[in-house]
Write a protein that binds this ligand. Structure first.
Ligand code: HPA
Ligand SMILES: [Zn+2]
Length: 339
């Protein structure tokens, strides 16, 4: 099963590039940029990854990001992720970046963007991974600050197909960003939003009705609202679920209690993603694997999750068709029928 999962052609649709910063690279960049870290060793860093909720993670995630200073740092970070993704047969990836996490420290938007974007272009030519960038606003900051960030992104809008919303969810409902998202859509951006990770189902409704999202990031608390579940199935609004993240941040007590399988079998377009793999103990294949073993997912269900990942992506219909055909071929050869 491990090999079947690793080699399964798949797309990753919920990945924060800052969340791919491995402790080894954190030390390397700290040294390169003359930054003092509050940790003495890689194992001390890993020991600090003991989260009680979303905020306890965010504190460490923002602190870690401070080693990212130069364009080359953003390039190296992104390239390391792409190599890892390629080794797990990720064929397409849509990655979040948090410009405000860096501009608030005096790093230029261009520095962040250029480093990431150059690596993504090399990912296409050297690794055969296609990609899309999603600019994510920090919802614990103001709508005005989000507007200013959107302005900075406008010169690059042809290479950033979507905007999103992340960071501390509770008390920062999607409605706070309605005007920013209206403006982003008028400029041609698609929209997504984290909702229903820690926040209530009402935040998912707001993301759909006010922010007009194409997908919901996380969305696992939709299970509390039958009407919402029906709506998600009916409209096939995808959920980008992140199993290891949910367990690490105590959204579920254990993987066995995760509702991924239930969501999938209700007919929701659920996908599996890694969120912040360096912090949550695994990349996309480890997320599929952990969910598979705890929930006893069949090969047919794994196939459906991978198919959903292509369907839910921002790829063109032709590219989706091509990748799904590749997935179908893979599963035929892997003899899905005997699974
Ligand atoms: O899972 C997440 N939720 C909210 N904000 C985030 N920023 C990085 N990862 C996350
Ligand atoms: Zn996330």
């Amino acid at each position: 099963m491990e090999k079947f999962i690793r080699d399964l052609p798949k797309a990753e649709l919920h990945l924060h590039i800052e969340g791919t910063l491995e402790p080894e690279m954190m030390f390397e960049l700290a040294q390169r940029n003359n930054i003092d870290l509050p940790y003495k060793s890689v194992s001390e860093v890993r020991d600090a990854y003991n989260f009680t909720d979303l905020q306890s993670f965010l504190d460490i995630y923002y602190q870690g990001s401070e080693v990212l200073q130069k364009e080359q740092d953003f390039y190296d970070l992104t390239w390391a992720y792409l190599e890892k993704a390629a080794s797990q047969n990720v064929r397409h990836t849509e990655i979040f970046f948090d410009p405000q996490c860096h501009t608030s420290r005096g790093i230029a938007f261009e520095t962040v963007y250029q480093g990431i974007y150059q690596a993504l272009q090399d990912g296409q030519t050297k690794l055969g991974i296609s990609s899309n960038l999603i600019l994510s606003f920090l919802r614990d900051l103001s709508a005005e600050e989000a507007f200013a960030t959107l302005e900075q992104a406008l010169p690059y809008k042809d290479t950033i197909p979507a905007v999103g919303l992340d960071s501390a969810e509770q008390g920062n409902p999607p409605s706070k960003f309605k005007e920013v998202f209206d403006r982003a859509q008028a400029e041609g951006f698609l929209t997504v939003a984290h909702a229903g990770e820690e926040g209530p189902p009402e935040y998912i409704w707001e993301a759909i009705n006010l922010l007009k999202v194409s997908r919901i990031d996380h969305g696992v608390r939709s299970m509390e609202d039958p009407e919402l579940l029906d709506y998600l199935v009916d409209k096939q609004i995808p959920l980008t679920v992140c199993p290891l993240s949910n367990v690490e941040l105590k959204v579920f007590d254990s993987m066995a209690k995760h509702n991924l399988k239930k969501l999938l079998n209700l007919g929701i377009c659920a996908t599996v993603n890694s969120d912040d793999p360096s912090y949550f103990g695994g990349y996309i294949a480890e997320n599929y694997q952990a969910a598979q073993s705890a929930l006893d997912l069949t090969k047919q269900e794994l196939y459906q999750l991978a198919k959903n990942s292509f369907q839910a992506s921002f790829l063109s219909p032709e590219s989706k068709h091509k990748l799904i055909a590749e997935l179908d071929d893979y599963c035929r050869i892997a003899d899905l029928a005997k699974a």
